[in-house]
Design a binder for this molecule. Structure first.
Ligand code: GYE
Length: 310
């Protein structure tokens, strides 16, 4: 594990601010876009970025954070792979007087003094949007001929905020619908391969799946491969709803293989650098900064695809 390197260059007009950032990994298209955004925004802002990739392991993130504390960086930011288990290391950062910015994902703690701010999406709202679409489109005959809608869910990383919250929001939205039921739910770890494998096993035990709700595009794209390999037509025999709206997902939506995508914006770099500067300057920052997001139907995806940055 290396907690060094990264894009910062204080010689090119920076003020010497050092930001230690611990990224979750490189599990998805969303994550890659998020990393690019953070690295680009740091060099743009003249912030010296120390970047480390935890390969989806909490222990690696804790090690990286401890290294940043030893190095006495000005600010620590991280995107916590799971929600729980952060209090001891956050206490260490607090004792060392290093402010912490939570980026993208939150931690489960009652002690708000352990971090300066949390920048990221409202994942429950994303799940609600996904469920609302299904409810609104459940009356159309092509969702299911027998009037019952059998949904399978490809969950994100177990214990991660977006997996917990996207599951919760979706259930909230479909709760009043007796004809919609989630029959299976399993983690695909936010990866394409994970989505493919879980969908294969779902299809092996159940041929009557109507809808896939995938917590991200990559797992939905993996599910498409499994569905096609089983001789079924994604978007027709089985509807697919995903979250993220990365380019590959938007392409599949425009192509008719995905039916609906809830956007989750990975371009958090500029806001993160802005918050970093404010925290270093001792300025007041809001405890919660929510990113703005939309949703995409097929036609909407086709219209914006050419200009999509990631
Ligand atoms: O949706 C998924 C990624 O935390 C919002 O993590 C992020 C999620 C994103 O792997 O693709």
């Amino acid at each position: 594990l290396s907690a060094c390197g990264g894009g910062g260059d204080s010689a090119s007009g920076g003020d010497g601010t050092v930001l230690g950032f611990s990224q979750v990994g490189a599990e998805s298209g969303w994550r890659t876009a998020n990393t690019t955004s953070i690295q680009g925004a740091a060099s743009e802002a003249g912030i010296d970025l120390k970047f480390s990739d935890a390969q989806q392991k909490q222990e690696n993130q804790i090690k990286a954070i401890r290294t940043y504390i030893q190095q006495k960086v000005d600010v620590i930011a991280f995107s916590p792979v799971v929600e729980t288990g952060w209090e001891p290391v956050l206490q260490e950062a607090k004792r060392a007087n290093i402010p912490v910015i939570l980026t993208d994902r939150s931690v489960d703690t009652t002690d708000e003094s352990l971090y300066a701010t949390f920048l990221g999406s409202d994942f429950v709202a994303e799940g609600v949007k996904a469920g609302d679409w299904l409810v609104e489109n459940s009356a159309t005959s092509d969702v299911n001929a027998d009037g019952r809608i059998n949904v399978v869910e490809l969950e994100g990383t177990t214990g991660a905020a977006p997996a917990i919250d996207r599951a919760e929001g979706f259930r909230e939205a479909i709760a009043a619908q007796p004809t919609i039921a989630i029959s299976k739910s399993q983690t695909g770890d936010f990866t394409r391969d994970g989505g493919k494998q879980v969908m294969e096993s779902f299809l092996n035990s159940d041929k009557a799946i109507d809808v896939v709700y995938a917590h991200n595009d990559d797992m939905g794209l993996g599910a498409i491969e499994a569905i096609e390999a089983a001789g079924l037509v994604p978007g027709k025999d089985i509807k697919i709803i995903t979250v993220d709206a990365v380019k590959d997902g938007m392409q599949a939506l425009a192509d008719g293989k995905i039916d609906y995508i809830v956007e989750c914006n990975p371009l958090l770099g500029p806001q993160l650098m802005d918050l970093t500067k404010k925290v270093v300057a001792g300025e007041e920052v809001p405890k919660r900064v929510v990113t703005e997001e939309t949703t995409f139907t097929r036609d909407q995806a086709a219209a914006v695809l050419a200009d999509r940055q990631y």
